[in-house]
Structure formats: structure tokens, C-alpha cells
Design a protein around this ligand. Structure first.
Ligand SMILES: *[C@@H]1O[C@H](CO)[C@@H](O)[C@H](O)[C@H]1NC(C)=O
Ligand SMILES: *[C@@H]1O[C@H](CO)[C@@H](O)[C@H](O)[C@H]1NC(C)=O
Ligand SMILES: *[C@@H]1O[C@H](CO)[C@@H](O)[C@H](O)[C@H]1NC(C)=O
Ligand SMILES: *[C@@H]1O[C@H](CO)[C@@H](O)[C@H](O)[C@H]1NC(C)=O
Ligand SMILES: *[C@@H]1O[C@H](CO)[C@@H](O)[C@H](O)[C@H]1NC(C)=O
Ligand SMILES: *[C@@H]1O[C@H](CO)[C@@H](O)[C@H](O)[C@H]1NC(C)=O
Ligand SMILES: *[C@@H]1O[C@H](CO)[C@@H](O)[C@H](O)[C@H]1NC(C)=O
Ligand SMILES: *[C@@H]1O[C@H](CO)[C@@H](O)[C@H](O)[C@H]1NC(C)=O
Ligand SMILES: *[C@@H]1O[C@H](CO)[C@@H](O)[C@H](O)[C@H]1NC(C)=O
Length: 501
């Protein structure tokens, strides 16, 4: 491999160099050195990014929105969903006091209500000791009688389920509690407990969330506290807000996983006058907890980067791709500044004569085909052998050394054919500035004929070269002349014999 092949900053080059047909770019030693530096730097930076990627140190994309919906929202009912207890003093559970004194102050009742339109289903739930270590010392609900239900809300369908926990004094009687346990404390003692300075209801509420650092679901409990007062029923409503998280991860092809769970609880607390409530609606107790669904849903999308996106971060490669682009200018019609002394200064015409024709032909001839190449070429009227020969000729013509040889040959020929005065005069052949200013699109037969008087010989020939129409016309004239005229010059004869159509 040529060392210059690895020059990332090489410039495009239309000619072939040496015998190689593949070389289409021209590299330099400076370019090679720069390329190696860039390559080493890019590899090092990529390794650094890869290290960060593997160790989850690159932040994922995080999108979140709160969405209010009328559609159905559900969360599963499980005994871990909430923990509760009554504290007669800071962190002092009433049940411990009751067990040690062998008398009852407060009793709990729990219900599950399912409301579909106007129909209501009520199910009493057992209160059990929580088994989850995060809920140690709290009481949980046994949802096994309502296994096929969820905590649900659909404002559209008038569908809702509710979890209610009632806290009664041991001696209370109402629409719901119609018995009194045998070992109740007297009302004075119960009031004393309820009115304790730090007495109140404590709740622990389940949440879980996707931890982007550990890529795991992490369970945490929200905490809430409501003070109790002997002459009030404290009515607490907790609206559970659901979070739906979709996580996309994977090195190349990403897989999606969805998680959902309650994430937040909106709290609303009302104090009902206890005596008035007993008298008016036969509702007693010290506290009521209502757990329902919130119509706000939080949607979270987390997307981890892929290896290709890491590569995209490595912007060096884009720099490398941004190569220089040169096009060769070839001035056929130009004058030397210090003058195809004597004349006015004339402007230099920049006419780009590129080897476009060759390139186009090449692309037609050597274009990649899925079906049989030979058949395709035959259909285009080209035999495979012919194609091979043309290909050989083309690559030979594109070889800059061949090109240079041809130029030397032409130079020598001109030097031999012309006298020394003629040769010197060639140097000052050119186009006048008003000729150059005239737009090339105007060159056609008419104004060519109109102009012939005012143009010099070189300009006329130049015009002819620029216009294909004029060339056809002149060719036609030549052939006509050759057919009609018997006394042709030697050059005419040679030309005629060399024409192939
Ligand atoms: C609600 O009740 C209606 C009629 O009583 C019933 O057709 C519908 O299936 C119920 N919906 C649910 C979710 O239970
Ligand atoms: C749950 O199951 C009970 C019977 O076991 C049934 O009456 C009730 O309609 C079911 N509820 C739902 C929401 O499927
Ligand atoms: C409340 O309801 C219970 C049970 O239905 C009943 O025994 C009691 O007398 C009622 N009390 C009042 C004040 O209406
Ligand atoms: C608790 O009190 C009840 C009645 O008040 C009695 O039957 C029971 O034996 C007592 N238990 C203990 C452990 O003292
Ligand atoms: C309530 O019980 C306490 C202790 O057991 C007793 O001192 C008090 O007199 C009782 N009060 C009433 C009204 O029964
Ligand atoms: C996750 O949720 C999205 C949108 O609700 C859904 O298109 C996708 O299929 C779900 N993916 C899985 C694995 O359940
Ligand atoms: C090089 O530049 C010329 C004009 O400046 C443009 O027409 C041509 O498309 C460019 N080639 C590449 C490979 O960018
Ligand atoms: C060429 O010259 C003729 C006569 O002078 C004139 O009528 C015609 O318009 C000219 N054509 C152009 C294209 O200038
Ligand atoms: C025939 O061609 C010669 C040379 O090109 C020319 O001098 C001569 O005038 C032509 N004769 C006719 C009849 O066109």
C-alpha cells in the first residue's frame, strides 16, 4: 500500500498516476502525518466515550410530561400499596399500648368500594401486619377478596374504585360499626389518647421509579402524617398519581420496557365536626382515609445512547470527511500580461475545460449492474471485448504521464511545423475584451455569420469550438464540398479518409 493512501486530507485528482488505475486522490506526506495524529486522537477519544458508555456515565435522554386523561387509569392492588398506624406519641404505635394494657382505644375498619355508574360494590378488607421490611411496624390491607379489581378511575365511564380506612373510638357506634369490643378503655381515656400532643395518623404510600444510574426499579415509600383531635373526624383524601415509564436501551438495536406505578399522592384534608356528623349522618370515628386515583398521569421516556450515537459524538470523523476539493482550470483563451507592447491589455478568460466527458462516459460504461453485465452491455450495443478495449484506452488516456507525453509531442510538432516568427506570434494570440464580454449563449449560426467580419481568425475558430450547432454545420459543409469538388487539397483528402461515422 502506498503510504499516501492513508492521507485523509488528500485532494481529488482527476488523472491516474503511474500504472495504478485505482488512484483517484493525491496524498501528501504532511497529510499522512496529520491523518495519523487525527486517527490516534479519534481512537483515544472513542475509547474514552466507550468507557463512559459501558459504565453508564453518559446521561440518557429524559422526557417527562404530566398528562390529564379521561381514559381508564389503573394501578394494581397489593398489600404493599399502603401502610398505616395511629401514633399516640411520636413513633409510638397505639397497638403496642393496647397490647401492653390489654384494653382497646381505637379500632380500624377497611373497605373497598367499586363504583360503576350508579352501582356500588362494597367489600370489607382484613387488616394485617405488613410483611414488607420497608413497612415494619405498620398495618397493611389484605386485598385478596378483590384480587380481580384494581385501583381504577375512568371519568369517561363513570368508573371508580376507592379504598377506605375508618378509625373509630372503641365505644363508637354508627352506620358502619355496630358492635363494641369487650375490653374497651372508657371514653375519657380514649379522648386523652386522641388528643395527645403528637397523636395522629401516619401513612406510608408505595412508589417506584426507574433509577437511571443503576438501571433498576427502586421502591420507596412516601410518608404522610395527619394530626387527630377528639372533637373532629379528620377526612383525608389521597389521590395516587400514576407514572408510566418507558425505557429504551441496547448497544445497537434498542429494546423497550415499560414500567408503571404510583409516584406521587395528592393530599386533601377536611375536618368534620364529630358530634354534628354523628347526629346528622350517623357517621362516627376520629379519622377517615380515602385512597383514589388521580386523573393526572406522568409519562416518562428514558432513552439510553447507542454505540452509533456515541460514534456521532466523536465529531473528529466528520472533520475528516470534510475533504478539500480542487478543480483544475485550463485557460485556452488567454493573453500574457506583458503583451490561440503590441496590443491593448486584455482580460483573461477563465474557461474551465474539465475532463467531464471522459468521466460521464466512464460512469455509463462501468456502472455496477446486478444482472448479467455482458447482456446489459450487449443491449447497449457494446460487446464485452470492445468494452474491455475502451476501458484500457480510457485508463491509458487518464494516466497523467501519457497525457504529458502527448503534450510534449504536440509541442515538438508545432515547433517543427511553424517558422520561428510564426511560433513567436502564437504567444500573443488571444481574444479581444469585447469578444469575451459577449455572452456565450448568444453564439449561434446567425450572430456567428453577422460577426464574421468583426472577428479575428482565432476568435472565429474559438466560437466554432464553443458551439456544437456550428460544428455540425461546418461538418456538413465539409462533406458537401468533398462530394461536389474533385480537386481536393491533400489535407482534405486525409481528413475525408479518416472520418468514421
Ligand atoms: C359497568 O356496568 C355495566 C352495566 O352494569 C357493564 O356493562 C360494564 O361492563 C361495567 N364495567 C365494568 C368495567 O365493570
Ligand atoms: C370479580 O370477581 C367477582 C366474582 O368473583 C365478580 O362478581 C366481579 O364482577 C369481578 N369483578 C371484575 C371487575 O371483574
Ligand atoms: C346509626 O346506625 C346504627 C346501625 O344502623 C343504629 O344502630 C344506630 O341507632 C344509628 N344511630 C343513630 C344516631 O342514628
Ligand atoms: C385481656 O382482657 C380480657 C377481658 O377484658 C380477658 O378475657 C383476657 O384474658 C385478658 N388477657 C390478658 C393477657 O390479660
Ligand atoms: C376511666 O378509667 C380510668 C382508669 O381506668 C378511671 O380512673 C376513670 O375514673 C374512668 N372514668 C370513667 C368516667 O369511667
Ligand atoms: C410500551 O408502551 C408503548 C407505548 O404505550 C408501546 O408502544 C410498547 O409496545 C410497549 N412496550 C412493551 C414491551 O410493552
Ligand atoms: C467540488 O467542487 C465543485 C465546485 O466547487 C462542485 O461542483 C463539486 O460537486 C465538488 N465535489 C465534491 C466531491 O464535493
Ligand atoms: C444580423 O444582421 C442582419 C443584417 O444586418 C440583421 O437583420 C439581423 O438582425 C442580425 N442578426 C443578429 C442575430 O444580430
Ligand atoms: C474546390 O476546392 C478547392 C480547394 O479547397 C477550391 O480552391 C476550389 O475553389 C473548389 N471548387 C469548387 C467548385 O467549389
Amino acid at each position: 500500500m502506498d503510504l499516501q493512501d492513508i492521507d485523509l486530507f488528500s485532494s481529488s485528482f482527476s488523472f491516474t498516476v503511474g500504472k495504478s488505475n485505482r488512484q483517484s486522490k493525491k496524498g501528501t506526506i504532511q497529510g499522512v502525518i496529520l491523518s495519523i495524529i487525527v486517527f490516534i486522537f479519534a481512537i483515544a477519544y472513542f475509547s474514552y466515550l466507550l468507557y463512559q458508555f459501558v459504565n453508564n456515565q453518559i446521561d440518557p435522554n429524559y422526557k417527562s410530561q404530566s398528562f390529564i386523561t379521561e381514559e381508564r387509569i389503573d394501578i394494581n392492588l397489593g398489600s404493599d400499596l399502603l401502610g398505616f398506624r395511629f401514633e399516640y406519641d411520636t413513633n409510638q404505635d397505639i397497638q403496642n399500648l393496647q397490647a401492653s394494657q390489654n384494653q382497646t382505644y381505637l379500632v380500624f375498619y377497611a373497605y373497598f368500594y367499586y363504583i360503576n355508574g350508579t352501582s356500588l360494590t362494597q367489600t370489607q378488607l382484613n387488616i394485617i401486619q405488613c410483611t414488607n421490611p420497608q413497612l415494619a411496624g405498620f398495618y397493611c390491607l389484605d386485598f385478596s377478596p378483590v384480587q380481580n379489581y384494581t385501583l381504577t378511575l375512568s371519568t369517561k365511564e363513570n368508573l371508580q374504585s376507592q379504598v377506605f380506612i375508618y378509625t373509630y373510638g372503641c365505644l363508637d357506634i354508627d352506620f358502619n360499626k355496630n358492635s363494641i369490643p369487650s375490653n374497651c378503655a372508657n371514653q375519657t381515656e380514649i379522648n386523652k389518647i386522641v388528643n395527645g400532643v403528637n397523636a395522629g395518623f401516619r401513612f406510608k404510600l408505595f412508589t417506584s421509579q426507574f433509577n437511571t444510574q443503576t438501571k433498576q426499579i427502586q421502591v420507596n415509600y412516601r410518608n404522610d402524617f395527619v394530626y387527630a383531635l377528639g372533637n373532629y373526624i379528620s377526612y383525608t383524601t389521597l389521590k395516587a398519581q400514576k407514572q408510566i415509564t418507558s425505557v429504551k436501551q441496547g448497544f445497537f438495536i434498542q429494546s423497550q420496557s415499560n414500567y408503571s406505578s404510583p409516584i406521587a399522592y395528592e393530599k386533601d384534608n377536611q375536618l368534620w365536626d364529630r358530634q354534628y356528623t354523628i347526629n346528622s349522618i350517623n357517621q362516627s370515628g376520629y379519622g377517615m382515609l380515602e385512597l383514589i386515583m388521580n386523573e393526572i398521569v406522568q409519562q416518562v421516556e428514558i432513552q439510553y445512547p447507542t454505540i452509533p450515537s456515541i460514534l456521532a459524538l466523536n465529531k473528529i470523523w466528520t472533520l475528516v470527511k470534510d475533504q478539500h476539493n480542487y478543480s483544475s482550470n485550463n485557460n485556452l483563451c488567454y493573453n500574457k500580461k506583458n503583451k490561440k507592447k503590441f496590443f491593448k491589455k486584455q482580460e483573461i478568460a477563465n474557461s474551465d475545460i474539465k475532463l467531464n466527458h471522459n468521466e460521464k462516459l466512464q460512469s455509463i460504461l462501468f456502472r455496477f449492474r446486478f444482472f448479467d453485465k455482458k447482456e446489459y452491455l450487449l443491449s447497449k450495443g457494446l460487446d464485452y471485448q470492445q468494452k474491455k478495449i475502451i476501458e484500457k484506452q480510457l485508463s491509458k488516456d487518464l494516466n497523467i504521464f501519457e497525457f504529458y507525453k502527448d503534450i510534449l509531442f504536440l509541442k515538438k510538432a508545432v515547433m517543427i511545423l511553424l517558422s520561428s516568427e510564426q511560433l513567436a506570434a502564437i504567444k500573443i494570440i488571444g481574444c479581444s475584451s469585447n469578444f469575451l464580454e459577449q455572452p456565450k449563449t448568444l453564439i449561434n449560426k446567425d450572430n456567428f455569420l453577422n460577426n464574421t467580419g468583426s472577428l479575428n481568425y482565432f476568435q472565429e475558430q474559438y466560437n466554432l469550438f464553443e458551439s456544437e450547432n456550428l460544428q455540425f454545420e461546418k461538418i456538413e459543409q465539409f462533406i458537401k464540398r468533398c462530394q461536389q469538388n474533385t480537386s481536393l487539397t491533400e489535407i482534405d483528402k486525409r481528413l475525408l479518409s479518416s472520418i468514421c461515422i
